[in-house]
Design a protein around this ligand. Structure first.
Ligand code: C2E
Ligand code: CA
Length: 794
């Protein structure tokens, strides 16, 4: 930085313009001319004359005899200094005289004897010029340094090598004042090191700062920094960072206290965000793990137990789908809040994924207390809920487990998860406690992985098969292969007890390959031989579908077994399709290319739209069994069944009703246009040795359902319905409407061509208002059945 402008004081070695103010003889004048031969020297004999010359400018230095006419003592020196404070000034006075000392005190840069020779005088003038230049630089530098210091918004001070404050900035003074500190005690001259050392006894931060400052002053460390919470009254709850850096080129240090409160708060909130769920504000999985381990170790110390509940909202996706995501969020927040209120202080409720929560009760007495704590949680869930003006019933499936050390948090969560899974499988909206029965089936996750690996090698993995029947013909058209583990100690295990572990460990991939190989080989052996036998459904998990080798695996399984691809149906869950849409789409297209067909499993639980569905090569949609089981009990479920059937037909797929247990469910499914069904009504999944009997039983169970001609009464798709309505409104005759429908290729649910009578039947429904939703009214059902029994044409 250029602190001195060159014009102010001449640079060393330049030609000077010197003014001599002296009314005595010519000694000084001659000496000057001799000593500074290259310089311009002007002489004035009176002060006022000299001042006029100076006022005109251009003078670099003045040599003055203090005893001028009209002046007493050093008046001339004082007057010149007052008007030109930075002017290089040499006073003619005997060395060591009082005059000489006074002149220096008044600000002269140098003093030289009146009789001095040219050389001495020249040296004095040059010295005065240098000195003035230096003083000016120092003054400027101080000014700049002060301004810089004051411009720093953080309280800042400089201390010398002993830790004594030599300068403080304005912010330092303001800070001291605001906090009621005595500036004398902490301002310039205060011993900062001592202040810190005094406070060190009771304050850990002060102790660290004292050590840090001493280290920087002794150059043992290049800088020191420490964040601390400021105790001062004006900065309560404020955070500062004290930074100590050494002074350049001299002993000492600069100490700055930077306000980092905003940063600290941002940091805290980032920390909070990392450990909490953004929507509900509840702890997330990470923090849950922490709390759970903490609760377990506490319980261990006090000889108590910890209880964990895994809470999964039932069919939450339906709320999202029907009311929108904002409403879904509102439900999650409300549910979180209700459950939180039912916990005791110190218990934890975490949101671990979309609609899954985990409650941790610490310090519990035993099973009886867990029972009442879980019941309270359920009470919270039962509180009436109104979202966007719509009253909602939210139910959840709960899995509860009581844990004692040395169980780990992960083990408890796995057990609670397994119990919850079981509650779901038993029809949702219930609580299941993890007990010996589940324990016997659900295998410890950590063991499972290794054991499952061994099971694959030891052929303990077997398949059971469940028939799929055609609801209109009563024929068995396919079987679904369902994996089982013949556990040497625990007996036959269902997929619920080991698939989740296989999913998380990646073992599901080799397991799935084995299932595929076995199912294809088995299907190739069935009666009729390849090509005329039954189709076989094989389930593929998300992980399998998104595995890069999936197509090769399927192809190899088919080729190895000699099974035509057309007989293989790949079941993927709706959530798998949704989860990794891009990867799933390309894999499914490749599989379809191979000739296999795709069935979307558990349909209705997710949020797949028609538009989304059209991007997949879907051969069938399988209505989730929870909806099928709601038939006759829950109108919402029936409406969903209808819409899944509509969706399937809209994308040219067939519909399969899953989990059919009653004749009523089968009849309603068929009436809604669902072509296929599977479930215990026909046959539960059976080992291959029992498959022949199961097939017979399924056909037998399906026969009474087949009413000749009933297909004629199946409601057409909503699109066809709309077409019929609009043609009818336009005055077209029944024959014209039928012909128009056949021309556009709008198929009749029976698969036959449209006929005037079929159109009439549909219109009769529309006119009566019975089939606006595409359904006959219940009371018409029986009469229609009898009527259509005699009428096989549409
Ligand atoms: P899913 O594909 O929905 O299979 C149908 C499940 O419903 C089977 O359970 C079956 O036993 C059960 N089920 C059949 N009829 C009825 C009924 O009338 N009532 C009731 N309540 N349940 C019935 P399972 O065998 O326990 O399989 C459960 C799930 O595990 C399957 O659901 C499927 O998603 C998965 N899974 C089964 N085998 C495999 C496999 O080899 N690979 C993969 N990735 N997943 C599999
Ligand atoms: Ca399936």
């Amino acid at each position: 930085m250029q602190l001195l402008r060159p014009s102010d004081v001449p640079a060393p070695g330049s030609e000077l313009s010197v003014l001599l103010v002296d009314d005595g003889d010519d000694t000084a004048s001659d000496a000057l001319a001799e000593g500074l031969p290259d310089c311009a020297v002007a002489r004035r004999r009176a002060l006022d004359e000299a001042e006029r010359v100076l006022a005109a400018g251009g003078v670099d230095a003045v040599v003055v005899d203090p005893a001028l006419p009209g002046c007493t003592g050093l008046q001339a020196v004082a007057a010149l200094r007052a008007r030109w404070p930075e002017l290089p000034l040499v006073v003619l006075a005997p060395g060591g005289s009082t005059t000489a000392r006074s002149a220096m005190a008044l600000g002269a840069q140098d003093v030289v004897a009146p009789q001095a020779d040219g050389r001495s005088l020249a040296t004095a003038v040059q010295h005065a010029v240098d000195r003035a230049r230096f003083d000016q630089a120092t003054t400027r530098y101080e000014g700049v340094a002060r301004s810089l210091l004051d411009a720093v918004e953080s309280p800042t001070c400089a201390v010398d090598g002993d830790g004594v404050v030599v300068a403080v900035n304005a912010a330092w003074r303001r800070f001291a004042l605001a906090n009621g500190a005595d500036l004398a005690a902490c301002g310039e001259g205060a011993d900062y090191l001592e202040l810190c050392e005094e406070a060190a006894a009771s304050d850990e931060d002060a102790r660290a700062v004292a050590r840090g400052l001493a280290d920087v002053l002794s150059r043992h460390r290049a800088r020191f920094e420490r964040a601390y919470r400021c105790p001062g009254p004006a900065s309560d709850d404020c955070w500062y960072s004290v930074r100590i850096t050494p002074l350049h080129g001299m002993a000492g240090a600069v100490i700055t206290h930077v306000d980092i409160t905003a940063l600290k708060r941002a940091e805290d909130s980032a920390h909070h965000l990392a450990l909490h769920d953004g929507l509900t504000g509840l702890p997330n999985r990470l923090l849950l793990g922490d709390r759970l381990e903490q609760a377990l170790s506490e319980a261990h110390r006090h000889g108590r137990v910890v209880a964990v509940a895994f809470v999964d909202l039932d069919r939450f996706k339906r709320i999202n789908d029907t009311l929108g995501h904002a409403a879904g969020d509102a439900v999650l927040v409300a549910v979180a809040e209700r459950m939180s209120r039912r916990l005791r202080a110190g218990d934890t409720l975490a949101r671990v994924s979309g609609d899954e929560f985990v409650a941790v009760w610490r310090d519990v007495d035993g099973e009886a207390e867990v029972e009442s704590l879980a019941a309270r949680l359920e009470d919270g869930l039962r509180e009436p809920l109104v979202v966007e003006g719509v009253p909602l019933t939210v139910t959840a499936s709960l899995g509860v487990v009581v844990g004692r050390p040395p169980q780990t948090g992960a083990e408890l969560l796995a057990a609670a998860d397994a119990a919850m899974y079981d509650a779901k499988a038993r029809g949702r909206a219930r609580r299941r406690h993890y007990g010996p029965d589940l324990e016997a089936r659900a295998v410890d996750r950590t063991e499972t992985s290794a054991a499952l690996q061994a099971a694959l090698e030891r052929d303990e993995i077997v398949l059971h098969y469940q028939p799929v029947v055609d609801l209109t013909t009563g024929a068995v058209v396919a079987v679904e292969a369902l994996v089982r583990w013949e556990h040497p100690e625990r007996g036959l295990l269902g997929p619920a007890s080991f698939l989740p572990v296989a999913e998380t460990t990646g073992l599901v991939v080799p397991l799935g390959q084995q299932v595929l190989r076995m199912a294809c080989a088995e299907a190739a052996r069935w009666p009729g031989g390849p090509g005329v036998g039954l189709d076989v459904h094989v389930n593929l998990s998300v992980r399998q579908v998104s595995h890069p080798d999936v197509v090769r695996t399927v192809r190899e399984a088919l080729e190895g077994a000699g099974l035509p691809a057309a007989r293989l149906v790949i079941d993927v869950t709706e959530s798998a399709v949704m989860e990794d849409a891009a990867a799933a789409r390309s894999a499914l297209h490749d599989l379809a290319q191979l000739g296999a067909r795709i069935a979307v499993d558990d349909f209705g639980t997710g949020s797949t739209s028609l538009q989304h569905l059209t991007r997949y090569p879907v051969g069938s949609l399988k209505v989730d069994r929870s909806f099928v089981q709601g038939i006759g009990r829950n109108p919402d479920d029936e409406a969903i069944v209808t819409s899944v059937v509509g969706l399937a037909h809209a994308v040219g797929a067939r519909c399969v009703g899953e989990g059919v247990e009653t004749r009523e469910q089968a009849a309603v499914l068929r009436l809604r246009g669902c072509e296929l069904a599977q479930g215990n009504l026909f046959s539960p999944p059976v080992p291959v040795s029992e498959l022949a009997d199961a097939l017979d039983a399924s056909r037998a169970a399906a026969q009474p359902l087949v009413v000749p001609g009933l297909a004629a009464d199946l409601p057409p798709s909503p699109e066809v319905m709309a077409q019929i309505r609009s043609l009818h409104a336009g005055g077209a005759s029944l024959h014209t409407i039928a012909a128009a429908l056949n021309r556009t290729g709008a198929s009749h649910p029976s698969g036959l061509r449209w006929h005037a009578r079929a159109v009439a039947r549909v219109l009769a429904d529309v006119v009566e208002g019975g089939a606006l939703a595409g359904l006959p009214r219940p009371r018409d059902y029986t009469s229609r059945q009898t009527a259509s029994a005699n009428d096989q044409s549409p």
